[in-house]
Design a binder for this molecule. Structure first.
Ligand code: SF4
Ligand code: FES
Length: 279
């Protein structure tokens, strides 16, 4: 898929100046409605007048829901929490793109100034076998929790709090670990992948520990357990790179390469266990 997203700061700036004039837009919104997994879903279309360009996409949905509630109809169910792009709760497909048309932006941080008066927008939930639908735009992302759980804990010394600088960590390593730790577990990478693979998420969650000295004690067990849990739920990676393009935190597929390298190494590390079992 060609990535047509626009991340130009100048364009966003121009549009935000334009938005200060109290302009209102009228959009047409087509939404996937499905009350439960047991009932077939369908697209429903709504006329949405009075949309401010300063509204976030989720505030626009709030506006629609207010009107639906006033009319005695069921509001559109969607996940959200922080609305600041940090919790990973939000996320759905907007016109076929995970989190919508703005690069490196979770849907809660997408603003209606990205759209024009008269636009027709279609939204639907993540479509992935591992993320079964719960209702409307909400899917069950608990397989992510299984992977995190499989990663376990890191061993730390108990006792007095150590000095933060006690363990020297090279700056590039600390930076890479921080980049991996930016993953907010939104699931866009899985939804964007034609295989429904979770390599980008799993590698980010693994490598932010595997790269650091504090993550070494359980490194090989963590690697095996997380990869094998991932493989029980999700498809396999065939390097389409759709995950990287869809990720609101710009997690690099380099972390997938690091995960694969660690997984290969972990296989050899575990061979000594076989040797103990069969002397
Ligand atoms: S890797 Fe990116 S797209 Fe995938 S869950 Fe993490 S933040 Fe979301
Ligand atoms: S609501 Fe928290 S990241 Fe969007």
């Amino acid at each position: 898929m060609t990535d047509t997203r626009d991340d130009s700061a100048a364009t966003a700036g121009e549009r935000s100046v334009e938005s200060t004039h109290g302009r209102r837009m009228r959009i047409t919104l087509t939404v996937w409605r499905q009350p439960s997994p047991r009932v077939p879903g369908t697209f429903e279309t709504y006329d949405v007048p009075g949309v401010s360009p300063d509204m976030s996409f989720l505030e626009m949905l709030d506006l629609v829901n207010e009107r639906l509630t006033h009319e005695g109809k069921e509001p559109i169910a969607f996940d959200h929490d922080c609305r600041e792009g940090i919790c990973g709760s939000c996320g759905f497909m907007i016109d076929g793109q995970a989190h919508g048309p703005e690069r490196r932006t979770a849907v809660c941080q997408l603003h209606m100034r990205k759209y024009r008066d008269g636009d027709h927008i279609t939204i639907e939930p993540w479509r992935a076998a591992a993320f079964p639908l719960i209702r409307d735009l909400i899917v069950d992302r608990s397989p992510f929790d299984r992977i995190i759980g499989a990663g376990g804990y890191i061993g730390v010394s108990t006792g007095g709090a150590p000095d933060g600088n006690e363990i020297p960590i090279p700056k590039p390593v600390a930076d890479a670990a921080m980049d991996a730790a930016e993953c907010i577990a939104c699931g866009a990478c899985v939804a964007a992948c034609p295989n429904g693979a979770a390599q980008l998420f799993t590698s980010a969650k693994m490598q932010h520990l595997n790269l650091l000295p504090q993550g070494q004690a359980e490194r090989w067990d963590r690697t095996i357990n997380m990869v094998e849990t991932m493989e029980t739920y999700f498809g396999s990676c065939t390097n389409h790179r759709e995950c990287e393009a869809a990720c609101p935190k710009a997690i690099s597929i380099d972390f997938i390469a690091l995960m694969n390298k660690d997984y290969l190494k972990a296989q050899f590390k575990q061979r000594r266990l076989v040797g103990q079992t069969f002397p």
